[in-house]
Every structure is written in structure tokens, then in C-alpha cells.
Design a protein around this ligand. Sequence first.
Ligand code: EPZ
Length: 408
Amino acid sequence: MEGEVKIQGSKNSILPILAACIICKDECIIHNCPNISDVHITKKILEYLGCKTEFENNVFVVNSKNISKNDIPDNLMRKMRSSIIFMGALVSSLGSACLSLPGGCELGPRPIDIHIDSFRQMGLKINERHGKLKCDCGSGLIGCNIAFSFPSVGATENLILASVLAKGTTILTNAAKEPEIIDLIHFLNKCGADIKYSHNGTIIIEGVERLHGTEYTVIPDRIAAITYMAAVASTSGSVVIKNIVEDNISSVIPIFEEAGCIINPIDKCSLKIDAPARLYCNRLIRTMPYPGFPTDAQAPIMAMTTTADGTSVFVENIFSNRYKHVGELLRLGADIKVEDKVAIVEGVKRLSGAKVNAMDLRGAAALIVAGLSAEGTTEISGLEYLDRGYEKIEETLCKVGAYVKRVE
Ligand code: EPZ
């Protein structure tokens, strides 16, 4: 693969930011919004709530002045597990919310106990019955000190959204530190919120009277960047990756360099990756909360290691069921053994193309990375998972010399 790849806007930034727009009751213009199905589902939720929305050429315009509903229908909640993020936004915007429990997803059970316990500490009345969450904040949420038992990304975002208009000060400790959290904070502060954060996972939110609309550009998608880099590394490519924030992928760069890739930063938002004829990977990779190795990069990076000399050991510490892509990689001839949270990958000479099935978003990306380096043709079904998070991935890969075709 040769040429240039431009990275899309961040899926995991745009979703909480679009939810946050309903608190502004004003017009917000969001640039660099990725054209992915999760954004289209969020657009449907916003329109159901009574917002005016427009989305084209990666610009999302939403006006939540006439927001009128505080509930999200089951079918929309079920389509996107992260729609639980609307709970904090609706409570701040309307004082109440009625959502169905998000239920599990492809990665295993997706509990929300940290969200619920923290909301209750702020005085939110939550009634859980028949798979529904009915929430009401009475005369308003009260700021307080909340120590998360785990730095949950979604719970951190939800409690930030619930605190921006609360009475007094909310201090979140052991909060998630992912770049997408910082992006949400920057957006909210541009809307008039008063949020400070430290790099030790403490976030201080001073409740304000109201938020106003703004214009904002979301950060690049760090997981998409890592995915394309894994594709380049697996095919001995030489590609410029544009529109990145190198700090946000710093935990993964050493893995590419140790595997024999030359990574040259070009300027503060692009780098060139030159891969060797054969990769080498003999490494223990543990997924951890940011700034550790990201769980979302586990599958694409594992696909890259399947044809690297050496043995790589993955420990998936974040989700209980995030190895569904292993069975499909085995069908391509990979040598992987899984025991509970641990996956041991012995590099093989080459994979061979086959028909495989994507079962979750990053697993789908892993199958593309593997298929690009396999001998012969690989046919991947389950593209609805891929389309949730990757904008025009086949077009992007073809531009740098891959042969990827979507067959309806
Ligand atoms: C966000 O999911 C991301 N999704 C995920 O990306 C990402 O993998 C994850 O953070 C970790 O970085 C979005 O931002 C839309 P968590 P989230 O709450 O918020 C447990 C992708 O591929 N937990 O940090 O759901 C939970 O079960 C997606 O882009 C509780 O036990 O992640 C999991 O094991 C997949 N109780 C762990 O914490 C809770 O109340 C991390 O979950 C909440 C979470």
C-alpha cells in the first residue's frame, strides 16, 4: 500500500458531543463529524426528541431549542448501546428522562451500575422497572464528590453532562482520561460550562445557569488511525497518515516500531509509516484505560500480529467478551489460543483468504486488516458492524492500492 490516508473524526467523541447539544437549547455546528451509522442513529434520536438537525459533508448542525420529549424509544436505544449517554444530557436539559436499559452488546454485558450509583449521589431519583429507567431530578441535581470504582468512559461522560447545570460543584475522581472525554469538556466549555480537569483523572464541574450554542471541530479518530496503520504494517506498505493527534496514539506507536516499522512524524497532525517486508512481534499487550493500550485497538493489532514473526500475548482487561474475531482469524489460518482474558498469537508465514463473519465493530476492522495480507480473496460479512464506526473504509484503502470491494 502506498499513498496518503486522511483520518475521519472521532466516533467516540461525536456521540457524547451530539448528546450534549440538547443541553444548549440553541444551534450547534459540529465539524469533522464522521459519516457513520452511529451518527445517523444519533440523528434519529435527536429528531425524535424534537431537535432540528442537518448533516452533510461531515458538518452536523443541531438546534435543540424546541426539544420536547424526554424519552428514547426502545428500538433506538437498542440500536446503539452508547445511547445511555442521553441520560445525563436529558436530565440536565429537561429535568427528567425515560430510557430503556441498554442491554448487552457484542462485547458482553454492558452494566451501567457506575452511571446509576453516581446519578443517585447527585439526587437523581431513578426507578428501574420492566427494563426501563425512569429518572427525575425533582428540584434539580446537587453537585457532590463522586469517586468512580472504575474509570468508565460512559459514566464519566454521563456525569459531566448531568453536572454542568447542577447546583454547586461536582468533583469526579478516578474519572476516565480518554481524549474523547477531554474533547467533550472542551466542547462544553465553549458552550459556557465551567469544567476543569487534571491528568490524574480528577474533573471539577461548577454548575452554571445555562449553556449556549457554539461551533466546534471534533478530534480525529485515534482507533481509526491505529486500524489503518495496522493495515499498512500488515502489507509492507508505506503510507502517510493525515489528520491525527500523535499523543493520542502514543501507547501503540512503540508496538509498530518494535515490529520493524519506521514511523516518521511529518508535522503535528500527520506521520509516515514505512513497514518492513516481514513484521516481528514478541510482546505482551495488556488493554488498559487511557493512556494504556486501548481495548478498541486490540482486534486490529491482533490481526497484524498473526503474520508477524514471534509470539504475542494479549490480555483483554476491559471487556469480558472481546475475542469474537479470534474464531474468524483462525479460519484465515492464524494460530491463536484463547484462555479467558488471554490470547496467545503465534505468527504464521501467511494467512489464506476465506469467507469470514464480523461480529462486532473492531472485529470487523481486524478481518479487513487480516484479509489485506492474506493470500487470495477474503469475503467478510457483517458489514453493518463496520459501518457503525468507519467512514468509507473501502474507498480509503483502495486509494492506497488495496483491492477492497463492497458487494451488496
Ligand atoms: C466506551 O464504551 C467506548 N464507546 C468503547 O468503544 C470503548 O471500548 C470503551 O469506552 C473503553 O474505552 C463509546 O465511547 C461510544 P466503559 P463504554 O464504560 O463507555 C464496565 C468502540 O469500539 N462498566 O469505559 O461503554 C464495562 O462493562 C467502542 O468504539 C461497568 O462495569 O466503556 C466494561 O467492562 C466499544 N459498569 C468497562 O467497565 C458501568 O457502569 C469499560 O466500560 C460502566 C462500565
